[in-house]
Design a binder for this molecule. Structure first.
Ligand SMILES: *Cc1c(COP(=O)(O)O)cnc(C)c1O
Length: 401
């Protein structure tokens, strides 16, 4: 197995002691394979699959996820920033493409161009920097022209399109138009249907303007996971898939909309992540005592409690106080009292044979039961994306079958 900087389970301290972490994240290779194959079966062979691995591969660990995705045929990765792009670039084969959708410090543009890293261009500044770097280096910049279609975030406004077309045409030898793209404003909810439909229409109109002026991109892309599922017309010849490849639907609604006409109701996606910890301490508490800080939990009967070393500093939201769930000995157990910085307290009163160092599953499967990030979200008001992407980078990850 390869060893990465954050793989602290395997790092020995100076005294030669193995530092074992209180938390561990298992990444399932077969689940990644399953999800990628499933998404490929939806999009077919003529649409390129760009795998979105921003935010440390949605908390899964970029260095773990990317090689497995690559083994399963992914040859295009999308990230938010230049530093993430370098992390991907360093571990993929030369034939695999990397695309930056967001932040690049102007000082790094040249290096991105030199390394053949693709990037979004959404303003004049970056377009000029791309051209200048390409001129200096004598190699073309691989750009994706991002257009504003209604999200109102980044992207060239329509009134700039004329100038952009002219600039590109004046610098043809310095630019490879890898893509023309935009991003949708919430296709995971039917409430945004009209807005999304208008964006798709606008995108098509703008694309036509570019092609009328002799600018054709290798890829046209607009769709994230939810749009890939719910708006097939938004797939064009590339989709940018994030959440689904990790085994989660963008929203419950997306899941239902897609499964509506299916005969079997088995979820075709498999969760990739399993986040676990251990019982650190057990004790009995008498009726009438408050548990944890303050007075949010009063023991109404004698209790047996387990203390687990997971807290809000490890991404376990404080809003899960008194209502989070974990799995111990194949049973669902409730978090009682406030979530602390490094610990939660779990009610294990009804578990007969529970011991210190028993495994505790925070997210994932244990026995017959599963804690999905979905059920987290209903309790804590956080959406899938937020919980996953906040899982700290320093929890050791391990690849499993
Ligand atoms: C994050 C992101 C995606 C992927 O979205 P999912 O809903 O996770 O599939 C696609 N495109 C852009 C521009 C993004 O920022």
């Amino acid at each position: 197995m390869r060893l990465f900087r954050h793989d602290i389970t395997l790092i020995r301290s100076r005294q030669g002691v193995i530092l074992k972490s209180s938390n561990e994240i298992l990444i399932s290779q077969s689940a990644i394979k399953n999800n990628i194959n499933y998404i490929k079966s939806i999009i077919g062979p003529n649409v390129r699959f760009s795998s979105v691995v921003k935010a440390n591969a949605y908390g899964h660990g970029l260095e773990y996820f990317v090689p497995v995705a690559e083994q399963n045929g992914i040859d295009h990765f999308a990230v938010f920033s230049y530093s993430e792009a370098i992390r991907v670039h360093n571990i993929v084969s030369e034939k695999t493409d990397v695309m930056i959708m967001g932040w690049i410090d102007p000082e790094n543009i040249r290096d991105a161009v030199a390394k053949n890293i693709e990037f979004f261009v959404f303003n004049q500044e970056r377009l000029q920097q791309a051209i200048q770097s390409a001129k200096d280096l004598g190699v073309p910049a691989r750009i994706h022209v991002e257009l504003e279609t209604g999200l109102n975030r980044t992207g060239f406004e329509s009134d700039l399109v004329k100038t952009v077309i002219k600039t590109i045409n004046d610098n043809k030898e310095h630019l490879l138009i890898k893509g023309i793209c935009s991003h949708l404003a919430g296709p995971e909810s039917i409430a945004n249907h009209v807005r999304v439909k208008n964006q798709i229409k606008k995108f098509k109109q703008l694309v036509r303007r570019f092609s009328k002026n002799g600018i054709n991109a290798e890829y046209y892309h607009l769709a994230c996971s939810a749009a890939t599922v719910c708006y097939p017309e938004a797939r064009f010849n590339m989709v940018r898939i994030g959440i689904m490849q990790y085994g989660f639907w963008s929203s419950r609604e997306t899941h239902l909309r897609f499964m509506r006409n299916k005969i079997d109701e088995i979820d075709p996606l498999k969760r990739v992540i399993c986040w676990k910890s251990y019982i650190m301490s057990l004790k009995r508490i008498k009726t009438g005592e408050f548990i944890s800080y303050g007075i949010t939990y009063l023991a109404q009967s004698d209790k047996k409690i387990a203390v687990v070393p997971v807290g809000y500093c490890s991404g376990y939201s404080r809003s899960l106080s008194n209502n989070g769930r974990v799995l111990i000995r194949g049973t669902r157990c409730g978090v009682i009292g406030l979530v602390n910085m490094n610990m939660i307290i779990v009610d294990v009163s009804f578990l007969e044979n529970v011991e210190v160092l028993d495994e505790v599953v925070i997210v994932g499967r244990q026995g017959e039961l599963e804690i999905s990030v979905d059920s987290f979200s209903e309790i804590s008001q956080q959406i899938n994306y937020e919980i996953l992407s906040r899982i700290p980078i320093n929890i050791p990850r391990k690849l499993v079958d």
